[in-house]
Design a protein around this ligand. Structure first.
Ligand SMILES: [Mn+2]
Length: 389
């Protein structure tokens, strides 16, 4: 993708300009980001997903049993018919993992790293429906899918921003609107992290939220050090073979701190381990239980299937990324990593990018032992699978 091509999705600016001026910095309203957009799923289908055990969903009812009542799915069918006329919202997480047409929408966002994308949440709101003024710690693109929604944006927030007393929802106690727009189908609003916003349904409406993942500094440190510690032996300890007599034996001296910093720096700067951890962490599936490998797959059977025209597709819950370090390639698949020889570079790119793999586009790769082995492993692991006819 050429970063200097003006994109309709970004209102005619280029990916380079968007990243420079807006990404993580300031909001951008784009009228008709996807012209004449028609939601690939309707309200009934969304409600249907919220009945499913494996789907994460919530209902927020502004004037329910208590103010801003939160109910968690899965829901029973008759629960929807008992809802009030207005002022409620149904939120369904990760619809892209369950509806291929919603997943295809993400193709529009290839100007951003795919491993930064978390999921597509879809909300359906009755007139007046809202989840209250709030802020998120992540970037989000809000694409209007159906009906109209009024969006107000406000101040930049942080952990000190006062919230309403509520057990589960983080609703801002203070909201100072600075801008306001009504979004119609195909319109999109980009919001950087921590910007206060409040969307209220004008009529029955559906909004797509393309959300991103970014680990907190605390997560990076705790998870990376946990990962690192698997490779460290108990013998490796704080050492002070270079110690000299101290004036006061009760004082922790500067030299002790320097030795500790040296110990930390030595391990923290291991780029191979850092990359391995990061790739695994960022490709961890949101719902690991949906990436379960099938029974043992024999390479011979696997090859036969492909030769008979079977099509390999990515498990919609799997996450893939690749990287390189020195002359090695690394493939990250759903929280796992593997080193691969440099000759597989083009295959790796294809596995990450292609929506379908088959004998035709795989071509020569099926004659390569390492290539075949890799594909077969990914099927065993559950990241790739044969499409049902
Ligand atoms: Mn939000």
């Amino acid at each position: 993708m050429n970063p200097d091509t003006p994109l309709q999705l970004l209102g005619g600016i280029t990916a380079r300009e968007f990243l420079r001026d807006y990404w993580q910095k300031k909001p951008l309203l784009i009228r008709q980001a996807i012209p004449d957009f028609e939601s690939p799923i309707d309200a009934d289908e969304l409600a249907g997903l919220a009945l499913e055990e494996e789907v994460e969903s919530r209902l927020i009812i502004e004037n329910g049993e208590r103010p801003w009542e939160l109910r968690r799915g899965p829901f029973a069918e008759d629960e929807f018919s008992k809802l009030p006329e207005r002022d409620w919202t149904l939120l369904v997480q990760a619809v892209d993992q369950f509806v291929p047409e919603v997943s295809e929408l993400l193709e529009n966002f290839r100007f951003l790293p795919s491993w930064r994308i978390d999921d597509v949440m879809i909300s359906y709101a009755a007139p007046g429906g809202s989840v209250g003024p709030h802020f998120d710690n992540y970037d989000v693109f809000l694409l209007q899918g159906h009906g109209k929604r009024n969006w107000k944006i406000g101040q930049m927030c942080n952990t000190e921003s006062p919230l309403l007393a509520h057990a589960d929802l983080r609703i801002l106690a203070e909201f100072e609107a600075t801008d306001e727009w009504v979004l119609e189908p195909g319109d999109m609003l980009y919001l950087p992290p921590r910007l206060a916003h409040c969307g209220v349904a004008v009529d029955d409406c559906m909004t797509y939220s393309v959300g991103f993942r970014a680990p907190s500094a605390a997560e990076v440190l705790t998870h990376f050090t946990d990962f690192l510690s698997q490779f460290l032996s108990d013998e490796e300890r704080y050492t002070d073979a270079d110690a000299v007599p101290t004036a006061d034996p009760h004082q922790i001296q500067r030299d002790a701190l320097d030795r500790l910093k040296g110990l930390l720096a030595e391990h923290m700067s291991d780029e191979r381990l850092l990359l391995t951890w990061f790739g695994q962490f960022m490709t961890e599936p949101r719902y690991p239980e949906l990436v379960v490998g099938p029974e043992e797959v024999e390479e011979e059977d696997f090859m036969n299937e492909l030769e008979q025209g079977a099509i390999l597709i990515r498990n919609p819950s799997a996450r893939l990324a690749w990287s390189e370090v020195d002359d090695d390639l690394l493939l990250f698949a759903s929280g796992q990593s593997r080193y691969l020889p440099g000759k597989l570079r083009e295959l790796l790119k294809m596995i990450c990018a292609a929506d379908a793999l088959h004998a035709d586009n795989l071509g020569e790769w099926l004659k390569d032992e390492d290539g075949r082995g890799l594909l077969c492993e990914l099927v065993k692991q559950g990241s790739l699978g044969f499409a049902d006819e």
